[in-house]
Design a protein around this ligand. Structure first.
Ligand code: ATP
Length: 353
């Protein structure tokens, strides 16, 4: 049983609270991504899970057992770091076999297991190469094989793709995800890249300022963000500030139909994804006059920058969704379907009040 539970975990460095009262459950066999901007506490949280950093308060449970005080080497957790931390003078095979030796396996057993692990990460043909003779993607696979050699109960990866170029990174994300699913190993990956998180994770933990902002599936986090920070950090969104009024929201000169569950007169932030705003001729509520200020073709979609009575906004529609082709300077109408609007209480306005 490898489900991992964090209860009220905090970590302070002097006056900096890097991780602030985090409660999380990492389900057994699932891949969870810790996602957030630089400095939000992802690495500190991962290091506490690994046992490389002691929490200032709170506890960690593995399969119901309290492991808060257990030293790193007794946790049976496999780790892959940003720089892979491989031994450059050893061969690929010896890098993998080394960790088997130190955990007490005989030479024959270690060689046998190293072979099996290199097969698993598709590097059997590279066993005799030195690390310096490998590509970035191959090095990453060695690091993964070496971490798996410990037969870890939990697999921890800190920005494992950051040393790879964009194309290889995407390939390795898929490969790593397939491997993790095949092995069914409880895995936690730190990343600041939302595409990476969405490609690999069963569950995404969005963090900011040491706190958890939201936990959910990639779909959930994208389509049902809990707050403006998550809507802004995951995917693109247009934001407008407004105040609730009967039947909707007043934003500047406009009334937008929406169904906010807020007391009338509450300050709110309204968000809409670029692909949910429509430049078609369908009837519907929330039509705004718009002037096209920029157009670019992104392949499957075209991106339109618009000037509207609510301010500037960006709309992405597939070419077939837009009735007539629009160019810079054109006047048109954009429709914001009420069901596509996310309405969040505005924490800044609440503080100001
Ligand atoms: P990045 O994506 O840039 O790696 P992160 O989300 O992983 O960032 P952490 O490295 O966990 O963030 O850092 C969280 C906060 O704690 C930051 O403000 C950082 O400066 C601080 N911090 C981390 N480690 C230490 C340390 N050993 N001593 C002092 N402050 C630290």
């Amino acid at each position: 049983m490898s489900g991992l539970v964090l209860k009220g975990i905090s970590k302070s460095f002097g006056g900096t609270r890097a991780v602030d009262r985090v409660n999380l459950t990492f389900a057994e066999g699932q891949l969870t991504a810790l996602l957030g901007p630089s400095g939000c506490g992802k690495t500190t949280l991962l290091r506490m899970i690994a046992g490389l950093e002691a929490p200032s308060s709170g506890s960690l449970l593995l399969g119901g057992r309290d492991i808060t005080g257990l030293p790193a080497h007794k946790r049976k957790f496999g780790m892959v770091f940003q720089n892979f931390a491989l031994f450059p003078h050893l061969t690929v095979r010896d890098n993998v076999a080394y960790s088997l030796h130190i955990s007490g396996a005989s030479r024959t057993k270690a060689a046998e297991m190293a072979k099996r692990l290199l097969d698993l990460v598709q590097l059997s043909a590279f066993g005799d190469r030195r690390i310096g003779e490998l590509s970035g993607g191959q090095r990453q696979r060695v690091a993964i094989a070496r971490a798996l050699a410990q037969e870890p109960e939990v697999f921890l990866l800190d920005e494992p793709m950051s040393a790879l170029d964009a194309k290889l990174r995407e390939e390795m994300q898929v490969e790593l995800r397939l491997l993790q699913q095949r092995l069914g190993i409880t895995t936690v990956v730190v990343t600041h890249d939302q595409r990476e998180a969405m490609t690999m994770a069963d569950s995404i933990v969005v963090m900011s300022n040491g706190r958890v902002e939201q936990v959910g599936s990639p779909q959930d986090i994208y389509h049902h963000p809990d707050n403006a920070f998550v809507a802004d950090f995951i995917g693109k969104a247009n934001f407008f500030d407004g105040v609730t009024e009967p039947g909707g929201i007043r934003v500047g000169p406009m009334h937008l139909s929406a169904k906010p569950n807020f007391v009338r007169g509450s300050p709110v932030r309204v968000a809409i994804r670029p692909e949910r705003a429509c430049l078609d001729d369908e009837p519907g509520e929330n039509r705004l006059s718009a002037k096209v200020t920029f157009v670019r073709d992104l392949g499957p979609v075209r991106e339109y920058h618009l000037d509207t009575p609510l301010g500037a906004m960006v709309v992405e529609n597939a070419p077939g969704e837009v009735r007539k082709s629009l160019v810079i300077g054109d006047r048109t109408e954009v429709r914001l379907p009420p069901e596509a609007l996310h309405v969040f209480p505005d924490p800044q306005a609440a503080v100001a009040a």
